[in-house]
Every structure is written in C-alpha cells, then in structure tokens.
Design a binder for this molecule. Structure first.
Ligand SMILES: [Zn+2]
Length: 97
C-alpha cells in the first residue's frame, strides 16, 4: 500500500514527486476537481482524474466518484494508469487490484 499524501498545489507536488502524492485542482463547475497524482508505481508519471465531490460526474471523459476527504480519499471505480498500474484509492491508500 502506498500512502496518498495531499499536496497544496501542483508546483509542490511536482517538486516532491512522491509516488502516490496528489493535489486537487477545482474546476469551474462547483463540486468538480482534477485530482492530479504521481503514479503510485514509482515511474514518475503524473496523471489526472476528473472527480466529483460525492458523485460521479457525467460527460464524455472518464470520471470518478470522490468521497470528499482530502486526508483519506476514496475513489470509485478503480484507477487504471496507462495500463501499468491498476488499483484502488481507498481511505488514503493506493491498493493494487
Ligand atoms: Zn507508474
């Protein structure tokens, strides 16, 4: 399990480049965020997920339901990062599927 540590912004996140670290960037629509994260596998790739606070956003892009917690975030469904890391973000930890 890799701890998902929240960073205040993308600059800080990219400076740390800690696997599993993330930051939340609010979108214009209330309750929607980009969850920017460093791939938990350690490859150093940054990904982004469209998440909704307490709901799964609609629309064309893949999206995730976020439980609204910054300390112990949970996403549904699972996260499949460019076909090399597939798992879950659950209660603040990245867990392999
Ligand atoms: Zn990776």
């Amino acid at each position: 399990m890799i701890h998902a540590l929240q960073y205040p912004d993308r600059v800080t996140l990219e400076k740390a480049m800690s696997p599993g670290g993330f930051c939340l960037e609010p979108r214009r629509v209330a309750g929607l965020y980009e969850l920017v994260y460093v791939c938990p596998c350690g490859c150093g790739v940054i990904g982004r997920l469209l998440v909704g606070d307490g709901h799964k956003p609609g629309g064309d892009r893949p999206s995730w339901n976020w439980n609204g917690s910054r300390e112990e975030p949970t996403l549904q469904p699972s996260v499949n990062h460019v076909d090399h890391w597939h798992g879950y973000l659950r209660s603040g930890y990245w867990v392999l599927a």
